[in-house]
Design a protein around this ligand. Sequence first.
Ligand code: CLF
Ligand code: SF4
Length: 291
Amino acid sequence: MARDFEELKLTHPCFAMGKKGTNGRIHLPVSPGCNIECRFCDRQINDYEDRPGVTGSIIKPEEVTDIIKRSLDVCSDISVVGIAGPGDTLATDSALKTFRIVKENFPKLIKCMSTNGLLLPEKADEIIEVGIDSLTVTVNAVDPEIEVKLNDGIHYHGEYYSGVEAATILIRNQLEGIKKVADAGITVKVNTVLVPGINDDHIEMIAKTVKEHGASIYNIIPLIPQHKLKDVPAPKCAEIDLARQKAEKYIDVFRHCQHCRADAIGVPGEKDYGDQIYLRRISVKDTFSHG
Ligand code: CLF
Ligand code: SF4
């Protein structure tokens, strides 16, 4: 049975309400590819940037037991094993395979997964069966006319879709998937990348809609201007605050997000042990994802 929201508020750094949590997480960068094309995502693997999804090197599920053991040795505050990329966790089977290994070898650690949600309806049963405790879905719009400005296209069941058609499929699957896993008792967090001039007036609608579909907590991530949205200014603190206030009318809001890399280790916002544990932090252009 998945841990409930009340337990996660005390044990999971990204579900702590009020003051910043003191628990840590290890991110395992096992998911290489992505199946959608966010316009703000410059997918790469490197060792010099600190932002969501960026990672030094992909690791294999067979390597994680040793990596988690060594991480717990250097940081005993770790309570969560998260997989947040660098691509999408459902685009390949590496993440779910890895969580099975974690469940077997580290039953006490919380299993946390982050996805764009495209494949969520069809993978929900496996997510539930593997015992994921907390699932984050990044939903940047619930209106296809807005989503189309944030995402160029999707690769879905062997076909490529673009424009409003792609946006419609993506939103439909995200909401259907959220409902399915939430109904099974898994705590769902929704992340939204706040993009001034595109979805800043849409935050209330997203918060209300995802809450209605069963999400428990909402996290607003300010845009890091890059790739095709490199000329859009990052939202200012006042804009982020306003967006949080709007969302809070409908859903609990998480306020301590640290824009973690996909290979972060430690308590978010404090010392990162990634350099010590992941020795292969290379600089090769490849894939990237959200946190
Ligand atoms: Fe990682 Fe994300 Fe799980 Fe947390 S991060 S997969 S929910 S264990 Fe946390 Fe980092 Fe913000 Fe993510 S501070 S980027 S919200
Ligand atoms: Fe894929 Fe995540 Fe990048 Fe979007 S942000 S294209 S979901 S890796």
